[in-house]
Design a protein around this ligand. Structure first.
Ligand code: SF4
Length: 161
């Protein structure tokens, strides 16, 4: 049965930057959990960041974007946390390759896990189209990344496979 890489915060783990819980309560999640499909992972914690931690955003300066060595991620206090984010993304990739996982359910709007929107890098609460570091890397390697608003689409994808 196909496994699903899931953002650990959506699975109920206390890993968010602000220390709050954000479990995704949905019948499909309960079903997948019962089936043993869910593989929990938090790229930011695995990348070595603490909890709680200051919020971070992807900077969108000239030439930034993608995991091409130009991306820069900073906390609201100006600390460069790019290396931790890249490490978390690479560990997520290693995990899905090791476990032969081809689908992920990741928390949108996160600078790691976002798959359709991320904050604009200016810490003013404005979202722009884009992917977080982990979603972008997994997507590049052919993993189908769904967000928490796409559970039905993910379910159809699993059934079609
Ligand atoms: S990095 Fe991903 S899994 Fe970790 S707290 Fe943020 S959204 Fe959740």
């Amino acid at each position: 049965m196909e496994k699903i890489l899931i953002s650990a915060c959506l699975a109920g783990d206390r890993v968010r930057y602000d220390g709050r819980l954000a479990p995704l309560d949905h019948p499909l999640i309960r079903e997948w959990k019962k089936q043993g499909r869910l593989v929990r992972f938090c790229p930011e914690m695995e990348g070595g960041l603490p909890m709680p931690r200051p919020p971070a955003e992807i900077l969108r300066g000239p030439g930034a974007g993608g995991l091409d060595g130009k991306i820069r991620i900073k906390t609201v206090q100006g600390e460069d946390v790019t290396r931790a984010f890249i490490k978390g993304a690479e560990l997520a990739l290693a995990l899905i390759l090791r476990k032969n996982i081809s689908v992920a359910l990741l928390k949108d709007k996160s600078p790691s896990c976002g798959s359709s929107r991320v904050y604009d890098g200016k810490f003013r609460g404005r979202l722009i189209p884009g992917m977080g570091t982990t979603s972008a890397l997994l997507d590049r390697f052919g993993v189908r990344v769904f967000s928490e608003t796409q559970l039905e689409a993910l379910n159809l994808f699993l059934k079609s496979g």
